[in-house]
Design a protein around this ligand. Sequence first.
Ligand code: 13P
Length: 248
Amino acid sequence: MKTLIANFKMNMTPTQTKDYLITFLSRVDSEKLDLTLCLPYTSLFIGDFWCADKNIRLGAQNLSDEEEGRNTGEISGAMLKDSGVDYVIVGHSERRKRFKEDGKSINRKIKIGLKNGLGLILCVGESLAERNTLKTYEVLKEQIESALKGLYENELERIIIAYEPVWAVGSGKTPSPKEIEEAVKEIKKVVCDDFSLGASESIRIVYGGSVDSKNIKQLNSCKNINGFLIGQACLDPNEFLKICSLVR
Ligand code: 13P
């Protein structure tokens, strides 16, 4: 069963989310997909209410790297769990760049997420300059090793790695299936070296970056990926429904 994760980013008020979900949920065949909707914090209660009896997971887009206390404006792992959240995105390139999130902070977020019973979607990926200077493997290795430092192998069951090349996010450009396969191989090599062959075989990996209904079939030909992380294309329920029907 394919995994599809929608990242709504900073889009949709709670009212708009409700309207979206009414349309989307009335037409999606959620039994045939492993679907997670990563909504803005302010829409989580709407998502929890409307997705409650559906086979759809609720996701958030970030969590604090502290457990609680004096962190004005931050949201904790415990708050997310109690809001019905199942999965949370960490290490998105937009946050690494804009908010200077580093490997240490991402590692703390992952540990706090795990402690609170959440699953984590860890985003990794190289910039165009890094790709052009043949640093993709080095970047992926550093991002994965710093994020997963100190984790037990059995905790990887609750981690999904999202390969999101920075240059593909929001650009309309995508790597070829062959390039994705190569990156997946590199990700698995890091997991194999740091954990075990078994862990590298079972770790779930999705691709993200300019996925839409036009390229989904081609991208879906990659054998080693478990699914997709989708940004812009999930904001239109009709476009997202089309992707859902094409990906199965
Ligand atoms: P786009 O699909 O808009 O390129 O965004 C991808 C993404 O960042 C998902 O997390």
